[in-house]
Write a protein that binds this ligand. Sequence first.
Ligand code: HEM
Length: 473
Amino acid sequence: MYDHIPGPERTSFWTGNLNYITSADKEGKHLGDLLLDLAKKYGHTFKLILISKPLVVSVNQEAVKELLVTGGHKKSDDIYKRASKVFGNRCLGNGLVTETNIEKWSLKRNLMNPAFKREYLIELMSQFNECVDKLIVQLHKFADDKSPVCMMTQFSRTTLDVLSKVAFDKEVNSLENDDHQFPTAIRRILDGMSLKKLSPYVQNSPTYWFYRRNVRKSVELIRETGKTWIKERIQAINNDETVHNDILTHTVKMMGENTDLDFEEIIDDFCTFFIAGQDTISTATTFAVMFLGQNPDKMKKLVDDIDTVVGSKAKIEYNDIGKMKYLDMVWKETLRLYPPSISTVRVTEKDFVIDGINIPCGTDINLSTYISSRLPEFNDRPLEFLPERFEPDSPIKPSIYTYYPFTLGPRICLGQQFAKIEGKLILAKLFQNFEVRLEPGQPLHVVLESTLKLKDGLKCLLVPRLKDKKNDK
Ligand code: HEM
């Protein structure tokens, strides 16, 4: 059924091409880069065999449009089950990202949409500002141009504190607590969910016993936290206390309005927001700083943009974010080169033809913005960090069916606007307050732990910017 689809030979009768994925890191390349190599070798549509099941990978733009936007194809059960349970422990369960039943998903999505409306996010600007200001205070402690500070760690804590505050009305204060368990737990869970951990060896071997135990314990920590916070909120609502109309309240209300949902499913959604909402933004902002550090001319343009629009203003408003045009281009270009989530998977609802190849009904198809954004046939100078490609009248602006870091269609990221506001606010405040340099000579090795990351973080040297250099607003 699949022999006619091009792709590498199976390397094992039992596991097919799984070793491509599991050995990716050993070869110094992550899965995204391996798939990119395969796309260059086998064409825009090719297959891999994972254990005994084929996975077709396609960057064909018609296929992207049909599978994500127009065709009503559902998410793949096999692939999303991986994030649903990790080493036997329920993790994202049937949360919004992993729910594959279209009717159930649609019901939840409609109930959650209001929590991400623009007007509501605008109301949150003061809280966003306050949380990011704590990052700036923290960074001043290192700002002597000599003490390297890991921006990935600082961003990861900041995004956790912001999310906990604005989505769940909880002060986690991980920025002030080096030993906070949540950031490590989230990183462990994401690594445990990644495809490279699918190998039977990782799943069963005693060598990985401690690894599996640590991942399971991390899942327990986040789910228990969710359980406690949800119960507290339910109690507050039942006692007629004033509660924020935040993501947690909307999640709790889902249970009231949808009698099919049980408590465990509400925890699934808590975990989904907690993990999806924290890691992605910190990853994106870290890569942005890396690119800007490597491209001082682009950094200067960004600093000029920030100075012109906000100067030394303490509270950055929602409208200011929209006015910083170069910041928007930097954000988009970072997500083109390093989209935190490299692909999404749909299962075909009918037979259809992609690139002249017949794809049978029921096939899992991986659609990857990471691969298409790096192919020269779709992008001018694809590997160059060139924010200007997103200028309004740019002739080299990527097409929407090759560039979709938040995916497309009905299952587009629910937190897209939230992420844009927070990510841009972090970058604007960082460059408003500091001169930033990368520590020279550090390895910038990218790994895929469900999301793309810098394996060893990103060390920067900071110097406070002189106030008189800025335009007072
Ligand atoms: C730069 C930041 C972010 C990026 C690049 C991003 C990207 C994505 C992508 C690619 C998906 C689709 C996943 C798939 O199809 O497998 C997704 C879904 C989702 N994201 Fe995000 N995300 C970001 C931030 C956030 C934030 C901050 C939140 C919440 C606070 C969030 C919540 C969600 C949810 C709930 C879904 C599932 C949507 C659905 O299926 O209805 N994301 N995101």
